[in-house]
Design a protein around this ligand. Structure first.
Ligand SMILES: NC(=O)c1ccc[n+]([C@@H]2O[C@H](COP(=O)([O-])OP(=O)(O)OC[C@H]3O[C@@H](n4cnc5c(N)ncnc54)[C@H](O)[C@@H]3O)[C@@H](O)[C@H]2O)c1
Ligand SMILES: [Zn+2]
Length: 373
């Protein structure tokens, strides 16, 4: 059942995000409501397919949609031009026309890849995002950034391409591994620090309920994050200004991912550490109070992270930060919190301070703190 709707206001490219649990029975009628023609192609990965593909396909057939599927292996390495090309080949072989619709059923990898294919196949076909990870439900499925990776950089080949609608069914999280739930939580906490002190306090109070996937708590965070993201995207669709604040935690986070060869740490785990490190930088530069730093660090240390700290040589991380694609005129941009709910963008952070911040963030891992906050 659809329980909530939030709209992304982008003029003629506006679209709704639907939220609920156990919503499959309403999916095809919603497609009809949006004038989706008969031919739809579901792009998904094997993990997601085993739980959700058959029921979705049957449901669509029942409503007389011609629903075929393309099933990929899971994982970030799928986000490549060669995989996109294999999908183009499959679409052409099936004589998929310009009126077809691509349904991205899966996490951010499937969403970004299938989205990229939808944006470019025959100059663009309709896209529906059906995110099935927490990360994709609170972040990547909304906003229209679609991309594949290049050997020289992540997300380097892509487009801004908005979906027709986004379908967020909380039920799909029940099969998600807990490490993936944690990754999603990083992006959730990020929204609190950047935009909304009250939301951050909600997360502090409800962290355990969220990790246990309590229905009301999950729905609250999905809706709040999407609402905040929708607002940012409506104001700055192509990331020319405001949207850049969403990169809080990501300057250090991306460098950590890179330094760990994208294997040691998952994106969300790296972002959590990045958030702690960047909060420390802000505090040391006199921008953030020690009290807020303590709250951010306490929150990060309540989330169980498991990885080998030895994998991360500080010099490698610093190198990676210098090469960041978001650097402007050779200077790396940092999004730094100035209080809960507000950040500032700066580009002159001393390497020595970055080094200290990494040490401090790694120190939080495995450290048990009281969860009274
Ligand atoms: N476009 C954007 O704005 C944006 C924003 C943030 C991140 N991203 C991208 O998102 C990607 C990461 O997305 P992700 O964290 O969702 O990873 P993912 O898509 O790799 O999913 C994580 C794992 O969970 C599995 N899975 C997915 N849904 C499941 C379910 N319901 N039950 C069981 N298993 C399930 C997947 O098969 C995969 O193994 C990265 O490539 C990142 O660049 C994009
Ligand atoms: Zn992220």
């Amino acid at each position: 059942m659809i329980q909530r709707q939030i709209d992304v206001a982008l003029g003629e490219r506006s679209y709704p995000i639907y939220f609920g649990t156990g919503m499959t029975a309403s999916f095809a009628p919603t497609c009809q409501l949006h004038g989706i023609p008969r031919q739809v192609v579901i792009v998904t990965d094997t993990n997601v397919a085993q739980h959700y593909l058959e029921s979705l396909q049957k449901h669509l057939h029942h409503f007389e949609f011609e629903a075929s599927s393309i099933i990929l292996p899971p994982g970030e390495t799928q986000k490549s031009l060669s995989r996109a090309n294999a999908i183009f080949t499959a679409l052409l072989q099936r004589r998929t026309g310009r009126k077809a619709t691509i349904i991205a059923l899966g996490g951010g990898v499937v969403g970004d890849l299938a989205g990229f294919v939808a944006a470019t196949y025959q100059r663009g076909v309709t896209l529906i995002q059906v995110p099935t990870t927490l990360l994709a439900q609170v972040d990547s499925s909304v906003g229209g950034k679609v991309a594949v990776n290049h050997p020289l950089g992540k997300n380097m080949i892509g487009a801004f391409y908005q979906p027709k609608f986004v379908w967020i069914d909380g039920e799909t999280l029940r099969t998600l591994p807990s490490r993936e739930v944690i990754c999603g939580l990083a992006e959730v906490a990020k929204y609190g620090v950047i935009f909304d002190a009250e939301f951050f306090a909600y997360l502090e109070t409800n962290l355990e309920a969220i990790m246990k996937l309590d229905h009301a708590a999950v729905m609250h965070i999905q809706a709040r994050c999407c609402e905040l993201k929708a607002r940012v995207v409506a104001e700055d669709e192509r990331e020319l200004g405001l949207r850049a604040v969403l990169n809080y935690g990501h300057t250090v986070g991306h460098a950590l991912e890179f330094a760990g060869k994208y294997r040691a740490l998952k994106h969300g785990e790296a972002v959590l550490l990045g958030m702690a490190a960047e909060a420390f930088i802000a505090q040391q530069m006199g921008l953030l109070s020690a009290e807020v730093l303590e709250r951010i660090e306490a929150f990060v240390s309540r989330i169980p992270l498991e990885f080998k700290k030895e994998t991360f040589a500080p010099s490698k991380i610093l190198d990676a930060i210098r090469r960041d694609k978001k650097s402007v005129d050779g200077k790396t941009r940092f999004v730094l919190p100035v209080r809960l709910g507000e950040v500032r963008i700066l580009d002159d952070v001393e390497p020595e301070l970055i080094r200290l911040s990494l040490k401090r963030a790694f120190g939080l891992v495995g450290k048990k703190r009281s969860s009274s906050h």
